[in-house]
Write a new protein. Structure first.
Length: 118
């Protein structure tokens, strides 16, 4: 009986939902990196651990390092005198804008799905 319910749960996870999960985790990893670094300058391995603990997903290591390299190159993060990464002013601005955008989209979708059929 428990196996049947587990299979039903897996069946409900459509390909579209699977793609969405990937798009709002791995493909937007930069947002999570900035959020973690905002409060505490640290090293990539700790960023990965913090993302796993705070956001419940485990980013691929190579992807994380690539994203952090790009963020540094774009001036959104930098290494401090101890070699730890920290968010720059530009990075804080980008994080704030991204969070606002995601909140707006979430709010609109929530409103649309709670209205019922037209």
């Amino acid at each position: 009986m428990a196996d049947e319910k587990e299979e039903e749960g897996k069946a409900r996870k459509t390909k579209a939902l699977t793609r969405l999960i990937k798009n709002i985790t791995v493909r937007t990893l930069w947002i999570y990196v900035l959020a973690v670094l905002k409060d505490n300058p640290t090293y990539p391995y700790q960023v990965k651990k913090s993302i796993r603990e705070k956001f419940s997903f485990n980013p691929p290591t190579v992807t994380l390092y690539t994203v952090m390299y790009r963020l540094e190159r774009e001036g959104l993060i930098r290494k401090n005198e101890h070699g730890a990464y920290e968010v720059t002013g530009l990075g804080l601005e980008a994080l704030k804008e991204a969070a606002q955008l995601l909140a707006e989209v979430s709010h609109k979708l929530t409103d649309m799905t709670s209205e019922g059929p037209r």
